[in-house]
Design a binder for this molecule. Structure first.
Ligand SMILES: CC(C)(COP(=O)(O)OP(=O)(O)OC[C@H]1O[C@@H](n2cnc3c(N)ncnc32)[C@H](O)[C@@H]1OP(=O)(O)O)[C@@H](O)C(=O)NCCC(=O)NCCS
Length: 173
């Protein structure tokens, strides 16, 4: 883990971010809502929406191994005033070559540190495909609890229908 650094996504890293994302969507279709075939066709400019302050994105964090993007996590928040106390974590991924080395935990901790520094934020949500033990274990170990479940949340090309667990972490009372 010593050689992996957590950094905010910047314009020059968009290509590396897309490469990791495309590979992860293709190899873990059950874990993500976006589908690999559609996303692969997107041009690089469209990923600017994942830069801090663009659209819904509060920030995107990357895990970099000697400059290579090996992990990512995005945090979103809606602009509408009544829901500005809620942030959403999306797009958590660590390259298969780098799994089990604490990178997912480092991304999550760095994201939560940033969110705790924002006094207006009270809670963080995410969704995770039911049965995704690695991701669920990671989120639970950071204090997230399940507050519900969406049945038939995603449908895969092979016919599988998967539920999503909805998870929540309170940052303040
Ligand atoms: C889920 C994912 C991000 C975890 O990243 P990672 O870097 O491998 O995880 P870490 O090494 O930081 O592990 C942190 C904790 O997660 C849990 N965890 C990780 N892998 C696990 C596994 N295979 N089984 C059970 N728990 C696991 C454990 O609680 C672990 O803590 P521990 O090592 O102290 O036991 C990664 O496996 C991944 O990208 N998977 C495919 C895409 C995906 O499922 N994304 C999540 C979408 S919601």
């Amino acid at each position: 883990m010593a050689e992996v650094h957590i950094r905010p996504l910047t314009e020059p890293a968009l290509l590396g971010y897309k490469a990791l994302r495309d590979a992860m969507l293709a190899s873990h279709p059950e874990a993500f809502t976006s589908d690999a075939d559609t996303e692969r066709l997107r041009d690089i400019a469209s990923y600017r929406s994942r830069l801090a302050g663009n659209g819904l994105t509060l920030f995107t964090l990357l895990a970099l191994d000697e400059g290579r993007v090996v992990g990512a996590l995005t945090c979103e928040r809606e602009p509408r005033r009544k829901v500005q106390h809620i942030a959403h974590l999306v797009g958590m991924m660590v390259a298969d070559t780098h799994r089990g080395r604490g990178i997912g935990r480092a991304l999550l901790q760095a994201a939560l540190e940033r969110l705790r520094a924002l006094p207006a934020l009270a809670q963080v949500t995410l969704s995770v495909t039911a049965g995704n033990r690695a991701a669920t274990g990671l989120y639970e170990s950071a204090g997230f609890t399940r507050y519900g479940s969406l049945p038939d949340a995603i449908r895969l090309p092979d016919g599988r229908r998967l539920d999503k667990d909805l998870m929540l972490l309170r940052l303040q009372g």
